[in-house]
Design a protein around this ligand. Structure first.
Ligand SMILES: Nc1ncnc2c1ncn2[C@@H]1O[C@H](COP(=O)(O)OP(=O)(O)OP(=O)(O)O)[C@@H](O)[C@H]1O
Ligand SMILES: [Mg+2]
Length: 225
């Protein structure tokens, strides 16, 4: 199986899951990877994002909505393995995470975006517990924590250094900072690296993509081999 699966997960709302999922999908396509973005969030934010793209410049990755399937998502995801180099899954914010856990059963990497507030440390512990339940069945699952909407405050730096102490997960070196360009990308229906003038956000999302992909072995466009 050459298809790799990255799931973006945190049961806390508004931390940047959809923003990361959509931008990773966009950057993957730029790198020649045939990519499928799967929405399993009933809010459908990823679908709304892609719907904003103009007809003459459609979003490059394919997208499907499996949010109504519940735990049956796993079987449905498997049907796409042969057609894509990469699948990215955008999870909902819920205490109840059976659908996301079903997706994590077939994932290679789970990325947890964490915004730099003290409440988020509690949330990331809860996220890791939910992931641990899945690791019993999928012990190859790699867990990455990504600081999202980072700021230059001492509070944010303190939260980040606490995240670096996390057991059982790797806290990423790269992060996203708090920039309005991410919201603008939603309105353009594109990746932030295509937003005019968004150089800083573009640079950071490319570093984030490099770092996440560096954890995937044999990730190369299907057309090369
Ligand atoms: N790095 C960032 N800098 C500034 N704003 C950001 C950043 N990342 C995301 N946002 C904004 O934060 C809000 C929430 O982001 P997003 O929808 O990606 O979070 P989410 O975790 O998917 O939310 P939900 O839990 O509701 O699905 C959006 O308005 C988005 O534009
Ligand atoms: Mg979302």
């Amino acid at each position: 199986m050459s298809c790799k699966i990255i799931t973006v997960f945190n049961q806390k709302g508004g931390v940047g899951k959809t923003t990361l999922s959509v931008n990773l999908s966009y950057e993957a396509e730029l790198r020649g990877l045939t990519t499928l973005l799967i929405n399993i969030d009933p809010q459908g934010s990823a679908i709304s994002w892609i719907a904003n793209a103009p007809d003459e410049n459609p979003f490059p990755a394919a997208i499907i909505d499996l949010s109504a399937l519940g735990t049956k998502v796993r079987l449905e995801i498997e049907k796409h393995f042969n057609n894509y180099d990469l699948i990215i899954i955008d999870c909902p914010p819920n205490k109840e995470q059976k659908t996301a856990q079903a997706a994590l059963m077939v994932s290679d990497i789970v990325v947890i975006p964490v915004d730099p507030t003290p409440m988020s440390l509690v949330a990331s512990d809860q996220a890791l517990q939910l992931i641990d339940e899945v690791k019993v069945y999928n012990d190859d699952l790699k867990t990455l924590i990504m600081a999202s909407k980072m700021e230059r405050t001492n509070l944010a730096k303190g939260v980040l250094s606490a995240l670096h102490q996390t057991q059982g997960a790797t806290t990423m070196k790269s992060c996203t900072t708090n920039l309005v360009a991410y919201a603008e990308a939603f309105f353009y229906g594109t990746g932030v690296s295509a937003v005019p003038g968004a150089t800083k956000a573009s640079d950071e999302i490319k570093s984030v993509t490099d770092e996440i992909f560096s954890h995937l072995e044999n990730l190369s466009p299907g057309k090369i081999y």
